[in-house]
Design a protein around this ligand. Sequence first.
Ligand SMILES: C[S@@+](CC[C@H](N)C(=O)[O-])C[C@H]1O[C@@H](n2cnc3c(N)ncnc32)[C@H](O)[C@@H]1O
Length: 315
Amino acid sequence: MSTADAYQAFADREARDVSPTYHRLSRAVARDPDLLASLDTLPPAKRQPNLLFGVVRLRGGPVDDPAAFREHVLAHWPDVAAQMRARATQTNEAGRCAVLLPVLAALPQPLALLEVGVSAGLCLYPDRYAYRYGDRRVGDGEPVLDCALTGAAPPARRPEVVWRAGLDVNPLDVTDPADLAWLDALIWPEHRHRRDRLRAAAAVAAADPPLLVRGDLVDDLPALAARAPAGATLVVFHSSVLYQVPSARRAAFTALVGTLPGHWLANEDPAVLPHAQTPAPPDGGFHNVLALDGRPLAWTRGHGQAVTWFAPVRP
Ligand SMILES: C[S@@+](CC[C@H](N)C(=O)[O-])C[C@H]1O[C@@H](n2cnc3c(N)ncnc32)[C@H](O)[C@@H]1O
């Protein structure tokens, strides 16, 4: 896919109806030969809209007006390019716990959670957050995660988690102001509720930090999984990670994860983790597929704001 097509696709599939600012910006970049030529000097994996927009926000550049954005990026290109080369999109969205929760709550308790592509670990606390599925509340505390749920009842209670660990090539630390600033910059401009959620979830993680290990989701997974306590159901899970992993490594990961004890829960773009049989998604927006042990169960929106079940939740 050309860089122009990637920005247009991001506008149409991901930003439309979710962020008018990024919808406008990504459409403008898709039509701008100068910006596209600059982006094409970067390796393909470093040309992503979310990375460019996050870096510009981190460095205090304008994102509200496409003309001012263009001027800023071209005037500061060496710095923007260096930041894009050095960083990766590591959005850590605690809201995704709302789409994982019905499956986690249905598994034999207690759970030992191991997330690959864990970022700062904010998805490792599904037992600590509160949930609002329409008018049904599950649990209490902060943050409260809102999720439109269709096709299944919300879980009656939160899971019991006795161990939480994560692997990432670059784990982030929510107690480090620089890491928190990058996580904040990755949140889309209008999403004030997500910014509040980041702060609240970071406080939960900081109060009881998870075991975060720097490593690769294939090479280092067996050793970390072996540290899970006996007597708990091991759940290896991941959300919005595999698009960053080359296809041969994705195949190695899916082969490996099937050999581990416990369960495998994936919440991924079906373009990178395809399933043989899924119904059509609920609408034209971007959706991940939630799958347990390779069996697709539901369509989910990217930040956990909605889940549409098409198969029974129970394993
Ligand atoms: C978009 S973030 C998603 C974070 C988190 N799963 C969530 O849903 O909020 C993807 C994460 O995957 C990590 N990652 C990418 N390739 C990886 C690999 N080969 N092994 C481990 N982590 C990886 C990145 O560093 C990044 O933190």
